[in-house]
Each structure stands twice: as C-alpha cells, then as structure tokens.
Design a protein around this ligand. Structure first.
Ligand code: 5RP
Length: 234
C-alpha cells in the first residue's frame, strides 16, 4: 500500500476509537473517510451500536456496504461527532474542503455535530491555504455570470468537469474550482463569496474544528486549536 494510503487508513482507525455506543456519527466524504467507514463497519459487526449520517451519496453507499446503520437529518439533528477529511489544513485549523465535490452536505453535517474531528494524511497540513483551488458550489442557472463575479475577486475559476461534461454535485449543482494566488483571510473571502448571487457554498470551513488527526509516515499527531501551530498535543 502507498505510504499516503497507509497514513489515511491509520487516521481512520485512530478516529474510530472516539466512537462510543449510542452515538450518532456524521460521516464525511473522501478516501480517508472511506478507511474510517471500513474500521467503523468492523466495530459495528463486533457489536457497536451507532447510527451514521452520511454527507454524500458515495459515503451512504459505502456505509451500507460496511453494514453501518444510517439515519438522516429529518430524524435527528443531534450529531455527537462528525468525522471528515480535508484538502488543506492551515496552522489555525481552518479547512479547505470540497475536492470530492461534497462540500455543501459535509458542511451541513459538520456544523450539526457537537464536535468535528478531521482526519488527514500529512500532505494536507499547509502554512497557508490556497495552493489547492478552492471549490465553490454554484447554481447551474447563469453559472457564467456567477463565475465572472467570482473571478473579479482576483482568482481564476474553472468549471469542474467529469467526462467532458460539468460535474454535478449531489445537490444538482456545479462546482467552480477557484485558484487564488493565496488565501490569507479565509473568513473574509468566504463571506465575500457568499454575497455573490448564485453561490451556494464555499469549501472554506472556518472555526469548525478543534481537533485534527494527522498521520505522516505512520506517525500519528493530534493537532488541537490551542496548539494549532503544528505542535504535538500530547
Ligand atoms: C470532499 C472533501 C474531502 O474531505 C477531501 O477532498 C479530502 O479527501 P481525501 O480524504 O480523499 O484526501 O472535502 O468534498
């Protein structure tokens, strides 16, 4: 297995240790979360009683394959822990997400949780956000107008494609991958983007997590808000 995959798997296994009987778990999306689903499925087969709320159709399908019982936000909005991945993690634990195109549902599930735990391989920790183009979900209607208004914020947006057609999110929307020179003030940028008509949500997750499990070359590190300069917690 590639080093990075091994690190993602270890991060998933470490996060599963936090899950306790009776909890409702927000299930993020992406390849790191897929390892979490496998580890969680094994605990469920061993008798753990939990319910998961998936943040994407893909996660829903995989969770079912692993035998994880599911519920949804129409049944409960009380989520004990959400566990999700990230594309970039800044020193103050601001996240850039949406590489898999699930940012809207991820954000809804993650904000509903009492606690959001992020799992990632070491390549996701960056000194400044923005090397990874920022995913912004937009309405398909008039997306060209929305794109022009976003570009005026000093970035280059690119319509995400899949097999030469626009990528369609689980919500039936488009994704613009927006390359900024760098993202120095994520909250301000998020707020500016949200004011643009046609923008549904951005992949900037500000002040949403206080705990990140990072695994690099098999070494597990917990980053927490108070030591969010990249120091080891314990
Ligand atoms: C999907 C996401 C994922 O959490 C993010 O892309 C990380 O993915 P991976 O675990 O595959 O590296 O935001 O919308």
């Amino acid at each position: 297995m590639l080093n990075k995959d091994n690190d993602k798997q270890l991060a998933g296994k470490e996060a599963v240790k936090l899950v306790k009987d009776g909890m409702t778990i927000g299930l993020g999306s992406g390849s790191t979360v897929n390892w979490l689903l496998q580890a969680l499925g094994e605990r469920v087969q061993a008798g753990l009683q939990i319910k998961g709320i998936p943040s994407s159709r893909k996660t829903e399908r995989l969770a079912k394959e692993h035998g994880i019982p599911l519920t949804d936000l129409s049944e409960t909005t009380q989520i004990d822990i959400a566990i999700d991945g990230a594309d970039e993690i800044s020193p103050d634990l601001t996240l850039l997400k949406g590489g898999g195109g699930s940012l809207v549902r991820e954000k809804i599930v993650d904000v509903a949780a009492n606690e959001l735990i992020i799992i990632a391989d070491g390549s996701k920790v960056v000194s400044q956000l923005g090397e990874f183009p920022l995913p912004v979900e937009v309405l398909p209607f008039g997306w060209e107008v929305t794109e022009a208004n976003i570009a005026a914020l000093d970035c280059t947006p690119t319509l995400r494609k899949e097999k030469n057609s626009p990528f369609i999110s689980d919500n039936g929307n488009y994704i613009l991958d927006c390359k900024f020179p760098s993202i120095k003030q994520p909250r301000e940028l998020h707020e500016q983007l949200k004011l643009i008509v046609g923008v549904v949500e951005t992949g900037l997750f500000c002040d949403m997590t206080e705990k990140v499990i990072v695994v690099k070359n098999g070494q597990i590190e917990w980053l927490t808000k108070k030591d969010a300069r990249g120091n080891k917690n314990e």
